[in-house]
Design a binder for this molecule. Structure first.
Ligand code: RVK
Ligand code: MG
Ligand code: MG
Length: 318
């Protein structure tokens, strides 16, 4: 077992945000492909990590929206709906590739139309896509010291776009996985999955989380799903981390080899892995991550600001 007691909190915040962005960007070229197409090209996770598609690693909506969540937490110290929507609208770039319903809601936000009505009604009962979970990692970091508050704040971070209970709970479970990973010194699989499954309200999450605790063969990871729905991707990402907690490369590589919603499953798995391992992302990937206005350097600074905001709330007991 690897002892993480020497890691600084800040290095875990940075590992998490960069881990999310690199997982998202490396998974993006494979999004929507069947697993067979990817495994014909790559023998295993290590092969994919060592031979990524050529060119810059360009992140998608997952990272773009996680940036908005982190920025709003830095500014307000907690989820403030108004500020969060303001950040989502200011950062919206359609070419990052959004979910079909999320696009409609975000464009209403940008235009100042009634986005709340769209979030509630565009899909009957609201969206159960994984869009609230893919962006929630900063909430897990910010409230890592208080699981009850983490659970409530993750819910608030979902609501502007995802009001379906399964869309919300997916975000809560993923935030909790990040929070626990970021405070864990020596990973204990049973304890990790029991903590998560005990907190769930829905069997859709608690059942697969209990099964993920028993997972030992990567060939069975696909049983957890590779879809765009929160229930077929959130536990998959957590299970990918649980299979290889000692290796960022294995974690995101295995997530991408599943095919389907590769950018998002790798983003979520990468965020958890980075929160646990800190600086563990291979240099050749990190150096290739886009580094313009809100690229690598911006993410590093944002992680540092989020860490300062977290330390402020833990000192003041907010
Ligand atoms: C393009 C029926 C529903 C539903 C409901 C389905 C980006 C719809 C990211 C919908 C992620 C899709 C992903 C995604 C994140 C959701 N009834 N179908 N109640 N709720 N769906 O549109 O932000 O890649 O097919 O809310 O959750 O990389 O289009 O977006 O992979 O799930 O999109 O849900 O998507 P949305 P999102
Ligand atoms: Mg995406
Ligand atoms: Mg995706």
């Amino acid at each position: 077992m690897i002892d993480k007691s020497q890691l600084t909190i800040e290095s875990r915040f940075e590992g998490c945000l960069l881990g999310l962005a690199v997982g998202d960007a490396l998974g993006a070229p494979f999004e929507g492909k069947p697993a067979d197409d990817i495994t014909r090209q790559y023998r295993n996770a290590q092969d994919l990590i060592e031979n990524p598609p050529p060119g810059e690693l360009w992140y998608t909506d997952d990272t773009q929206m996680a940036i908005g969540v982190a920025e709003s937490l830095v500014k307000c110290g907690r989820i403030n709906e108004r500020e969060l929507c303001k950040r989502f609208a200011a950062n919206y770039l359609p070419q990052r590739g959004y979910g079909a319903g999320a696009k409609v809601v975000l464009e209403a936000m940008v235009d100042g139309r009634d986005h709340k009505a769209l979030a509630a009604n565009h899909f009957p009962g609201g969206s159960f896509g994984n869009g609230a979970a893919m962006r929630v990692a900063p909430v897990g970091l910010m409230f890592r010291h208080n699981q009850k508050q983490l659970w409530q704040e993750a819910r608030l971070s979902a609501l502007p776009t995802h009001v379906h209970p399964l869309g919300i709970e997916g975000a809560q479970v993923l935030a909790l996985a990040v929070g626990i990973a970021s405070t864990t010194e020596a990973f204990d699989r049973d304890e990790f999955f029991t903590n998560l499954s005990d907190k769930c309200n829905s069997l859709e999450y608690s059942g697969p989380l209990r099964r993920a605790a028993q997972l030992s063969d990567v060939r069975n990871l696909a049983l957890f799903g590779n879809g765009i729905e929160a229930t077929s991707s959130v536990v998959t990402a957590i299970a990918a981390f649980g299979l290889s907690p000692y290796s960022y490369e294995e974690t995101i590589g295995n997530a991408i080899l599943l095919g389907g919603d590769t950018d998002t499953i790798a983003a979520m798995a990468g965020a958890i892995s980075g929160a646990y391992l800190g600086p563990a992302i291979p240099n050749h990937l990190l150096e290739n991550l886009e580094d313009r206005e809100q690229g690598k350097t911006y993410l590093e600074t944002l992680a540092s600001k989020l860490c300062a905001a977290h330390e402020k709330i833990t000192k003041t007991g907010q």
